[in-house]
Write a protein of this length. Structure first.
Length: 218
């Protein structure tokens, strides 16, 4: 993270990279990347969806040959939203992710590889109410590289829960996005100060090949 830490020197620590990372691409679905989507990222800056898609493609493209596991998350609800709890009350547009909903907004915007995992979740964090933590531990993962959308929502929640679950959270700045630049920057600053290391895409791409010899086993 290149911006000055707004919280001061008391929050200057770094968790660093471990030796066995996994990439988590959070909710990179058509609802965020396609014009007309209920959570479209391009309202302020039309280039944002393409930037995030290109950066995520580059990140997973570096992870796979390094033997680094890739997990994609999607949100799915029952047709009547009975499993959405108060999240759908707070954010009614989440109804677009109900089974049978019109628009196909829950479809992934990039195609997973055959050996990538796709995790279905109902809450903001990829860890909340899912088997993600146990699955990662069973594969020896110690570092969670977080990308996807949105920075202020599911990316932030996933990164903070990764820290709470005992993983080293690394958030890739260029591979995340939000509906305004201010939301994106402020949430990255908070994450970098308190919950995760925020790194540029170039740094992540340079680090992943060096970890290929120690990547988590399949």
């Amino acid at each position: 993270m290149t911006a000055e830490n707004p919280h001061g020197a008391s929050f200057a620590g770094r968790v660093g990279w471990g030796t066995r990372p996994a990439v988590i691409v959070v909710d990179l679905v058509r609802a965020y990347t396609d014009p007309g989507g209920p959570f479209f990222l391009g309202g302020e800056d039309p280039a944002t969806p393409a930037r995030v898609l290109d950066a995520c493609a580059a990140l997973v493209g570096a992870a796979r040959p390094a033997g680094v596991p890739v997990v994609w998350t999607v949100v799915r609800y029952a047709p009547d939203l009975t499993d959405a709890g108060f999240f759908a009350v707070k954010v009614p547009a989440l109804a677009c992710f109900a089974e049978g909903a019109d628009g196909g907004w829950g479809e992934l915007s990039l195609a997973p590889a055959a050996d990538d995992a796709v995790l279905v979740k109902q809450h903001a964090s990829a860890f909340a109410g899912t088997s993600l933590a146990g699955t990662l531990r069973s594969r020896g993962v110690d570092t969670v590289i977080v990308a996807g959308v949105s920075t202020s929502g599911c990316v932030r929640a996933t990164a903070t829960d990764a820290l709470a679950e005992g993983f080293r959270p690394i958030v890739v700045e260029d591979a995340c996005g939000d509906r305004t630049a201010a939301l994106h920057r402020q949430n990255l600053a908070d994450l970098d100060a308190k919950y995760a290391d925020v790194v540029a895409l170039a740094a992540a791409l340079a680090t992943l090949p060096a970890l290929s010899a120690t990547a988590a086993p399949s």
